[in-house]
Design a protein around this ligand. Structure first.
Ligand SMILES: Nc1nc2c(c(=O)[nH]1)N[C@H]1C(S)=C(S)[C@@H](COP(=O)(O)OP(=O)(O)OC[C@H]3O[C@@H](n4cnc5c(N)ncnc54)[C@H](O)[C@@H]3O)O[C@H]1N2
Ligand code: MOO
Length: 421
């Protein structure tokens, strides 16, 4: 990859700086609620979760079989008496007698005196299972502590198993369940009002007037917001009219944590979002050194965060996934590490050149080349108006601000789309 000195155009903010500034300016919400475990998936955890019990709670068997004393094995030359059983929830009480075996189930406590488990497939038992024969081969292969899981080897009582700020995945909810938590403190979902702006827009399902286009951006915005657990109010379409926009924004800001819009943030005559937010509140950021998504606007009306996404459909998705969703997760208390996209180095399977100055994302997929290695291929067009490129893509290739040329075989960073939610 050919790079030269960063050459950021005046008035544009670097994405990394813009994220740092936004994270420091937009406060984390204090509203926390206790939620039943099964409603916690995808939520931001707002407490440390401390282990109440060790896991396993006692030394137990990893397999179904027979618990024995390892030191006895050398002396065994005939049937071994099975003197009892240890089942999950029903431990064997007492000590393992010399040169005897205890029937044991996976997860059941290792009886006192036993120190290895031989799986049942490797012994032959009589029909009543009162004695077993163990071949000399199996005895020779048996080692001390075989198939034993030690108390506390997974989790020790008092360990912090989940930290505040985690975005809860199935395994996180499961570990809290395993520690007996019936509910967790998580962030209250953000209430987000969404609308698309533009005189050219028609509602999907309605007839399309001459020169009109159907509104697709609202559906991208709502989808991204729902993925991160926001409660969305769909306010539909708004015309490019100052008073209409001002009234709608003021109303939405009064009853939501965030108002998110698409369109009308560039420099054209009909781009009214900025003057409206300027009148009702404050514009706190505008124009990032990114492509697509450059004219993205951040502002506030009272305590309500306002996000004005650019109208181009790819800009909505890319700036939404890389700037807005991380910011909203921050507001819900997510740790910063949880908001950084996965970036994987891969070889470029394409050639690309451009003027420097903005961080750019090309719509991409990974394909296997003739040597079996994965390399990135990119969509034929970089237009931010082509929504089909995002449907085609499984990831994005990130071109740094100062990179003007990518040659086939160069290492580039690939961001899987599934890692951006
Ligand atoms: N003279 C300049 N013109 C533009 C600049 C610039 O710096 N100087 N920036 C360009 C960039 S970059 C972008 S991105 C766009 C963003 O402009 P707006 O946010 O004002 O968006 P609109 O003009 O309203 O729309 C742009 C484009 O997207 C279509 N659109 C809008 N809303 C929707 C929707 N809900 N669903 C589907 N498609 C939508 C709209 O019809 C336009 O084609 O500005 C550039 N111009
Ligand atoms: O910044 Mo714009 O989104 O390139 O079309």
């Amino acid at each position: 990859m050919k790079t030269k000195m960063q050459n950021i155009k005046p008035g544009l903010t670097l994405l990394s700086e813009a994220i740092d500034i936004a994270f420091s300016e937009v406060p984390v919400h204090h509203d926390v609620e206790d939620r039943f475990l099964t409603d916690c998936y995808g939520a931001v955890l707002r407490q440390d979760v401390t282990a109440r019990v060790s896991v396993p709670s006692v030394d137990n068997s990893a397999m179904d079989g027979y618990a024995l004393r390892f030191a006895d094995l050398a002396a065994i030359n005939g049937p071994v008496d099975v003197v009892g059983a240890s089942l999950a929830g029903h431990p064997y009480e007492g000590n393992l007698p010399d040169r005897c075996a205890i029937r044991i189930a996976t997860g059941a406590a290792i009886p006192d005196g036993a120190d290895c488990v031989i799986i049942q497939e490797n012994v032959s038992a009589n029909e009543a299972e009162t004695c077993i024969e163990i071949s000399s081969d199996v005895i020779a292969r048996t080692v001390l502590h075989q198939n034993i899981r030690w108390a506390g080897e997974d989790i020790r009582q008092g360990d912090i198993v989940l930290k505040a700020g985690a975005i809860l995945r199935p395994q996180d909810v499961a570990i809290a369940a395993g520690q007996g938590y019936g509910s967790l403190k998580v962030s209250r979902p953000l209430r987000v009002a969404v609308f698309s702006t533009g005189d050219e827009l028609a509602k999907p399902g309605d007839p399309l007037p001459p020169g009109g286009i159907y509104d697709s951006n609202r559906f991208a915005m709502i989808g991204m917001l729902r993925e991160i657990g926001c409660v969305v109010t769909d306010l539909g379409l708004l015309a490019d009219d100052f008073d209409v926009l001002r009234n709608a924004l003021q109303d939405a800001a009064n009853s939501h944590d965030v108002v998110m819009t698409s369109g009308g943030v560039s420099v054209g005559k009909a781009d009214l979002l900025k003057p409206v937010v300027d009148q009702l509140g404050e514009i706190t950021a505008w124009k990032l050194a990114i492509k697509p998504g450059k004219p993205l606007m951040r502002g506030k009306i009272g305590d309500c965060l306002v996000i004005g996404l650019p109208g181009n459909p790819v800009s909505v998705l890319v700036s939404g996934l890389l700037y807005v969703m991380p910011l909203l997760r921050h507001v819900m208390g997510a740790d910063k590490s949880q908001t950084v996209p996965v970036r994987m180095p891969v070889r470029a399977g394409f050639e690309f050149s451009r003027g420097t100055g903005r961080r750019e994302w090309l719509r991409a997929r990974l394909i296997q080349n003739d040597d079996g290695e994965f390399e990135a291929e990119v969509f034929a067009s970089t237009s931010s108006g082509m929504l089909s490129s995002m449907v085609w893509a499984e990831g994005l290739v990130e071109i740094p601000e100062d990179c003007g040329k990518v040659s086939k075989g160069d290492v580039v960073l690939y961001l899987p789309l599934c890692g951006l939610q």
